[in-house]
Design a protein around this ligand. Structure first.
Ligand code: T46
Length: 143
């Protein structure tokens, strides 16, 4: 059973965790991931003091799991900010489009596993913060 925990700017999806001699977590399209999965990637060996992210995606939605270790995720929708510590292999953070995000304070052993709604495309990135703020605030005011 998947449960959903609301956070200020997002929500956390808790996927089934089967504990026998080992731990087995299940991520299924539709039940756990609110979009068709087009891409899966993972990040490891990230230096502790080197933030990653620092961009927003125009269209891509993602679900982020820290399946080992710990990472702090900073979210910013152009008006409000939120920091979420992700450190539970069975809890994924939904990362919507048009959400500026940064990953900080990677523990040495951290592994991020990410499910994405689209194939990789650099044209989907907004890497300039000022441009993001202008677009995000325009979108928020229009909605
Ligand atoms: C997010 C975090 C967790 C590819 O060629 N294919 C891919 O699917 C990805 C994700 C990246 N790349 C290349 C593009 C860049 O040359 O790998 C390099 C680093 O990519 P990026 O700047 O996307 O890496 P991160 O770790 O800063 O961010 C990525 C996601 O973009 C981001 O949305 O949540 O991982």
């Amino acid at each position: 059973m998947n449960t959903i925990k609301k956070t200020k700017l997002s929500h956390i999806i808790k996927v089934p965790h089967i504990a026998d001699e080992a731990s087995l977590c299940v991520v299924e399209e539709t039940k756990s991931v609110p979009f068709p999965i087009k891409r899966v990637y993972y990040i490891f060996n990230s230096p502790e003091n080197t933030p990653r992210g620092k961009h927003a995606h125009k269209k891509t939605q993602q679900l982020l799991f820290c399946i080992r270790g710990k990472v702090t995720l900073l979210l910013d929708n152009g008006l409000e900010k939120e920091a979420i510590v992700i450190d539970k292999p069975n809890e994924g953070v939904f990362l919507d489009a048009m959400m500026w995000h940064e990953m900080h304070s990677f523990s040495k052993d951290a592994i991020l596993l990410v499910f994405a709604s689209d194939l990789y495309s650099e044209s989907d990135y907004i890497r300039d913060y000022k441009t993001f703020i202008q677009l995000a605030q325009k979108n928020l005011w229009l909605s």
